[in-house]
Design a binder for this molecule. Structure first.
Ligand code: ADE
Length: 255
């Protein structure tokens, strides 16, 4: 099986160089991934190869013109779903990466300038944003989506287990802290429990650490899962996180 990805961009070399230099290059060599880059300017029909124009109604900046993109979308190398990259799209999440990794492929359309003519948006199957910030163009967004997706595609990632265990993959909690040698580094020690050989205890501690990290760094994820359960409160209490529990919003405890 090959994941077929097509990218429409005015900077083909940006996409190609990154793909060559990364783990995705190896996936391409092994025919697990096939990325086709379409140069948007080759779908223009004027001598200046224009791809942008001023917005009707006024306003700052230039927009991506519809015709070159619509012509590119009619190229037989375009694989559906077609995805427009825009800060006005739905936020890309690990669940989306998983869904796309199970498709035959997809097409990413990179924007530049102040945005797309709305008819480009209408022509796309969906619009995706990689976060609540504005980039100068969609190329970095495309690379992020390709990488997040391809590494879930069987065979690209060396270790299937680590994909399953990592943040967001399981139950919307962040990953637990991990340690390798040395056991003591500038006075910072590896937690004793990890040296104990007691797997049950290690797993319990790791679960508590996932809760703690998520509460501290991403309380929005705790809210999204409906707070933490009485058993989880008990677990945190057991490891001495009473202060954290006290500072917690009361609703987060009512799961
Ligand atoms: N283009 C500019 N900003 C973007 C974002 N946040 N996500 C996807 N594409 C973009």
């Amino acid at each position: 099986m090959t994941l077929r990805v097509t990218v429409v961009t005015i900077f083909p070399q940006l996409i190609e160089q990154y793909l060559d230099a990364s783990v995705l290059g190896r996936a391409t060599q092994r025919s697990l991934l096939e990325v086709t880059v379409l140069d948007l300017r080759s779908y223009t029909d004027d001598p200046r190869r224009s791809i942008d124009d001023a917005p009707y109604g006024g306003g700052p900046g230039m927009l991506m013109m519809p015709e070159p993109v619509l012509r590119a979308l009619a190229d037989p190398r375009v694989v559906r779903p077609t995805i427009g990259l825009s800060p006005a799209g739905a936020t890309f999440r690990q669940a989306d990466a998983l869904e796309l990794s199970q498709a035959d492929g997809f097409t990413l359309i990179c924007g530049r300038y102040e945005g797309f003519d709305a008819r480009i948006e209408d022509a796309c199957d969906r619009l995706i944003s990689i976060g609540d910030f504005v980039l100068a163009g969609g190329e970095l967004a495309a690379l992020m989506i390709i990488e997040a997706t391809a590494r879930l595609f069987t065979g690209v990632l060396g270790n299937e287990e680590s994909a399953r265990e990592e943040s967001f993959a399981l139950d919307q909690l962040l990953e637990y802290p991990q340690y390798t040698r040395p056991r003591v580094l500038d006075g910072h020690e590896v937690p004793e429990v990890l040296l104990s050989g007691n797997h049950e205890e290690v797993n319990r501690w790791r679960y508590a650490q996932r809760l703690v990290r998520t509460l501290q760094r991403r309380p929005d994820l705790i809210d999204a899962r409906g707070g933490i359960s009485p058993q989880e409160v008990e677990l945190l209490h057991r490891y001495g996180y009473d202060e954290l529990l006290q500072t917690m919003n009361k609703e987060r405890l009512e799961r």
